[in-house]
Design a protein around this ligand. Structure first.
Ligand SMILES: [Zn+2]
Length: 317
């Protein structure tokens, strides 16, 4: 298991931006394959945009997701990966559920948590959807955090660098089971090439640390600790100028982020590593949304928001 070091973290952070710059001069990855669908996809892609890859969903009690939600009505929650495009470069933010999720779930989800944390079948892993669409293997995967429903596809991208914040790498180095755990069955495998990301002391939209992946302000990572020690958020400003804020699991619904509302307390007890710190991160999102009224917040699981944006191979531009 990789142990992070500051020097290497800095090197990897630099490597990300260098490879991104280099990739702009390379042909689009998907043109390397002879898929009949690839030209149509290429023609419809933005310069900077994203596509939501819905890998699965589950219906849960509304109260779990929405402040003052119903204790009898169920609503959908998604397990999604987000394919970000910047010029000729692609990266995946989160993986959703992967090809081996059933085995992993059987291994690492305790029986008592299974009634509350589950997924519907079928699962449509991001790797399978990308392959079917003729995409060459994604070379860069960044996870918002290392929980089972975000790192679930890590094993499906053996060609890629799997990147998490340096703080999250310490959790990944010591995996543990459970809904609020980082699963050994997903992250502790030699085929997963983990590399830490070092955020820099560069303020961005009120955050004290950030990492501008392409040096043009279009794709920027920020630290959002609490749900896990090293949770990351990502701002993506697409061709239209609209900025989308991917907040991972800081809040499960956009309305909760807009209101600064915490998760349902029982769920929060299980999944939020530090509830006070999580709430501080929620409050910070609320302030950002207040300060930037045109911004669109995209929680990792918010099916209503994601339904409105459409799914892969549709692009938000
Ligand atoms: Zn999650």
């Amino acid at each position: 298991m990789y142990r992070p070091s500051t020097l290497f973290s800095l090197a990897v952070a630099a490597c990300v931006t260098v490879s991104a710059a280099a990739a702009q001069e390379s042909p689009p990855p998907h043109t390397a394959t002879a898929s009949a669908t690839a030209p149509a996809i290429a023609a419809s892609q933005p310069r900077v945009g994203f596509s939501i890859i819905k890998t699965g969903k589950v219906s849960v009690l509304e109260r779990l997701l929405v402040p003052d939600g119903s204790l009898s009505k169920k609503i959908d929650t998604n397990f999604s990966a987000f394919l970000i495009k910047h010029d000729q470069d692609y990266l995946l933010f989160d993986t959703g559920l992967g090809k081996q999720i059933e085995v992993q779930y059987a291994h690492d989800m305790p029986y008592w948590q299974r009634p509350f944390f589950k997924f519907d079948k079928p699962v449509l892993p991001a790797r399978a959807q990308l392959d079917a669409a003729g995409f060459a293997p994604v070379q860069q995967v960044i996870i918002s955090h290392s929980h089972w429903d975000h790192a679930g596809g890590a094993l499906d991208f053996p060609e890629a660098r799997l990147m998490a914040s340096a703080d999250e790498m310490r959790t990944i180095a010591e995996p543990h089971a459970g809904a609020g755990g980082t699963w050994a069955s997903q992250v502790a495998n030699p085929s997963v090439h983990w590399q830490p990301l070092a955020l820099q002391a560069v303020p961005y939209k009120g955050y004290t640390q950030s990492l501008d992946l392409y040096h043009d302000g279009s794709v920027v990572l920020v630290a959002m600790p609490g749900h896990t020690a090293g949770s990351l958020g990502m701002f993506v400003t697409v061709d239209s100028g609209v900025c989308y804020f991917f907040i991972g699991d800081v809040a499960w619904k956009a309305v909760a982020a807009q209101q600064g509302a915490p998760k349902f307390w029982a769920a929060s007890l299980i999944v939020d590593r530090d509830r006070a710190q999580t709430q501080a991160s929620v409050e910070q999102v609320r302030h950002v949304l207040h300060d930037y009224p045109g911004m669109v917040v995209v929680p990792a699981h918010d099916a209503a928001v994601q339904d409105g944006l459409g799914y892969f191979p549709n692009w938000v531009r």
